[in-house]
Design a binder for this molecule. Structure first.
Ligand code: ZN
Ligand code: ZN
Length: 368
């Protein structure tokens, strides 16, 4: 090998680094560059170099020779001893990185079920009331024909002889043993020779299910409901996935939501605004009568306390805000026109329009 990298540089430590510093640097780098965890193309080479550097520098005798003679001082290379590595990483991490056949919590070939994510439309009425709502969707389910084994009846899967059913094989990675998924059975530990016709051997089929989902009162756009284990089924003992329902608020013909408040706009006529009146407004509980005070200006907001939405965390209920919009009459009948003209002709004597008066006064000041 030409010009091998300096071991101290490889580990990023000073030449007088003590054993603890070496160990710490090695541990960090080995975790960072482990090829199973780092997909960069040079990760494997870096990983090997890190191991090689540590093998030498962690051995006082080899380190002394390396310091005096450089790479030439070392004949033959060996990886760090397994006992040393266990010491550096602790048992569990050692198994992961250097792959003894750690006993795994799940069977070989076990796979988690897929999570399912769905938009979940709710109306403001449903948000207000809370309660249950049905959702129908498709998810993966265990194939009933083969009971999830993936094999035709009478043709049980055979244990993979390449990995002895472990699903993983030990390979030499540079000079360190590592464990990787068995290429023969693709990690399943077994080989299906005669695949089930219903699921084509993967043990899963699509099913349509309908679930009743609790909808918390006051929930809103963008919230997510999670139902543990209601996603797709796993295979060979793998856990099922979860169901995530992403709340989408349906548009309402009257209301816009502002947090826990509801806002609605109600058109009223000019005489209703001027004279005052009782009008009907929509609420989530049905129609309500609301008093419009005389002399109401367009845009005035009336507040109906407690007629909004319940707070999702149980902090009471919001209000309903009724914004009054005065609608100017159009397509006047001759009689309406007559009356309005008469009204306008009287406004000089009795303006009763404070904003207009102040506007006209300012205009006069500026230009007359
Ligand atoms: Zn099947
Ligand atoms: Zn195998």
């Amino acid at each position: 090998m030409s010009n091998p990298a300096d071991y101290y540089e490889v580990l990023g430590v000073a030449r007088d680094a003590d054993a603890a510093t070496l160990k710490k640097a090695f541990r960090q780098l080995a975790i960072q560059y482990h090829p199973d965890r780092n997909s960069a193309p040079d990760a494997e080479d870096r990983f090997k170099a890190i191991n090689e550097a540590y093998a030498v520098l962690s051995d006082p005798e080899k380190r002394a020779r390396y310091d005096r003679f450089g790479h030439e001082g070392l004949s033959g290379r060996a990886g760090p001893r397994e006992a040393d590595l266990r010491d550096v990483f602790g048992g569990d991490l050692f198994e992961q990185l250097f792959g003894g056949f750690a006993r795994r919590a799940t069977r070989p070939g076990a796979r988690h079920g897929d999570d399912v994510r769905l938009p979940f439309p709710v109306t403001l009425e449903e948000v207000a009331a809370g309660g249950e709502k049905s959702v129908t969707f498709r998810r993966q389910a265990t194939c009933a024909t083969c009971d999830g084994s993936g094999a035709q009846a009478g043709h049980a899967p055979v244990t993979c002889d390449a990995c002895g059913g472990m699903g993983r094989v030990r390979v030499q990675h540079g000079f360190l043993p590592m464990v990787t998924g068995c290429p023969r059975c693709r990690g399943e530990g077994r080989i299906v020779t005669h695949p089930c016709g219903t699921c084509r051997g993967n043990g899963l089929v699509q099913e349509e299910v309908t679930l009743k989902v609790p909808v918390p009162a006051g929930i809103g756009e963008g919230h997510t409901l999670r139902l543990d284990g209601e996603g797709g089924q796993g295979v060979r003992g793998g856990q099922p996935g979860d169901l995530y329902l992403i709340i989408q608020e349906a548009e309402h013909p009257f209301f816009e939501r502002d947090g826990d408040h509801l806002v609605c706009e109600v058109p009223i006529s000019f005489p209703q605004a001027a004279l005052g009146s009782n009008i009907s407004v929509p609420t989530l509980d049905g129609k309500a009568r609301v008093k419009v005070p005389s002399g109401t200006q367009s845009g005035r907001v009336l507040r109906l306390r407690g007629k909004g939405l319940p707070n999702v965390e149980g902090r009471g209920r919001g209000d309903q805000l009724v914004r009054l919009q005065i609608e100017t009459p159009v397509d006047l009948s001759p009689r309406q026109r007559e009356l309005l003209e008469e009204l306008e002709s009287l406004s000089g004597d009795h303006p009763g329009q404070p904003r207009r008066k102040s506007f006209l006064d300012k205009l006069k000041e500026l230009f007359d």
